[in-house]
Write a protein that binds this ligand. Structure first.
Ligand SMILES: [Zn+2]
Length: 284
C-alpha cells in the first residue's frame, strides 16, 4: 500500500461527508474498534451526515480496507481527546477504525451477551478467532470477553500504518483511542484483545529506504515530462537536469506529504531531486 495525494492504493473508496477540509499536522495514528460486527455498518454510519463521525480508514475482518476520508483532510474520530498535552486531536491525526464488536459477557447459562447484555447468536462472532477473558475497570468488575482480531485484519492495519508513516514522516506515535480519550474517559477501544505493541513497533522499523536498496518507481506522465525540483514543493527551483521522461525508472529516497525525493541514474552521473508523487508509480 502506498499513499499518493492522500489516497491509499489498494483500498476501496467511499467519501464521508463528515470531514473538515485540510489537516493541521499528522502527529499520531489513532486506532479504534468499530463496536460493530461488520464493516458495512461502520461505513454506513460514516457515509451518513447523521452519523456525525468518520475515520480515514475502515478495516474489515478479512483485511479489506475502505478509505472514507482523504489523509489530507480531517476525519471526525477522536473528538475531545488529548495527545501530548494538546487538543484538536482530529486535526493532528489519522484515524483507523477496525471492525470488532468489543466486549461481551457470558451469562450464567453460558450464553454470549453483547455490551447491552442482550444474547447474540454465535454466528455473529464467527469472523473472530476466539475471545480472550479480561477484566477492565472501564467495563466494570465482571470478567468480559473480548473478540480477537483476525490476522488478515491485523496485517491490513499494519500495511496502513506503514503507508502512513512513509507518506507523513511527522507521525511520531501510534495510539489507541483509549490512550487519548483521557479527559472524557468514554472510550476503551481498541481494547485488550488488540496487539498495540505490535503496531507501535512499526514506527521503530522506519528506515531510510536508500539503505534498503530503495524502492524503484517509474515516471508515469505520458503527456508532459515530469519536473524534478530542489525541494518538496513547487516553490523550489526545477533542476537543470530534468525534466524526467515518461517511463524512466528512479529510486525513492524519501516521502514528504505528496512529494517524493528520488535518485535518478547511478554512479557518477546520478542526481537527486523532488517530484510530485502523483506521477510516480511503483515498478511492476
Ligand atoms: Zn474509538
Amino acid at each position: 500500500m502506498r499513499i499518493t495525494s492522500g489516497w491509499a492504493s489498494g483500498a476501496d473508496r467511499k467519501q464521508s461527508p463528515n470531514i473538515d477540509k485540510g489537516h493541521r499536522s499528522r502527529e499520531c495514528i489513532v486506532l479504534h474498534y468499530t463496536a460493530g460486527y461488520t464493516a458495512a455498518s461502520a461505513i454506513a454510519t460514516f457515509a451518513s451526515p447523521a452519523g456525525k463521525s468518520s475515520a480515514h480508514f475502515v478495516v474489515e475482518t478479512d483485511g479489506r480496507v475502505t478509505q472514507m476520508v482523504n489523509c489530507n483532510d480531517t476525519a471526525w474520530h477522536a473528538g475531545g481527546s488529548v495527545f501530548r498535552g494538546g487538543g484538536q486531536v482530529n486535526r493532528r491525526s489519522i484515524g483507523i477504525e477496525i471492525v470488532n464488536p468489543g466486549y461481551h459477557f457470558r451469562s450464567t447459562t453460558g450464553q454470549i451477551l453483547n455490551w447491552e447484555r442482550k444474547p447474540i447468536p454465535a454466528s455473529r462472532l464467527a469472523p473472530f478467532p476466539g475471545m480472550i477473558e479480561a477484566r477492565d475497570p472501564w467495563v466494570g468488575s465482571a470478567t468480559a470477553l473480548w473478540p480477537l482480531y483476525p490476522e488478515a485484519q491485523l496485517a491490513a492495519v499494519e500495511a496502513i500504518i506503514r503507508a502512513c508513516i512513509a507518506a507523513y514522516p511527522s507521525i511520531a506515535e501510534v495510539v489507541g483511542h483509549r490512550d487519548v480519550d483521557t479527559v472524557r474517559r468514554l472510550k476503551v477501544d481498541p481494547g485488550p484483545a488488540f496487539p498495540m505493541p505490535r503496531m507501535r513497533r512499526i514506527l521503530g522499523d522506519r528506515q531510510d529506504p536508500a539503505d534498503a536498496g530503495g524502492v524503484v518507481l517509474v515516471v508515469d506522465s505520458p503527456t508532459t515530462p515530469l519536473n524534478i525540483r530542489g525541494g518538496p514543493g513547487t516553490s523550489f527551483d526545477k533542476l537543470d537536469r530534468g525534466p524526467l521522461r515518461h517511463g524512466l525508472e528512479v529510486v525513492e529516497l524519501e516521502v514528504r506529504g505528496d512529494w517524493i525525493k528520488v535518485r535518478v541514474g547511478d554512479g557518477n552521473s546520478a542526481f537527486e531531486g523532488w517530484c510530485f508523487g502523483e506521477y510516480l508509480r511503483p515498478k511492476g
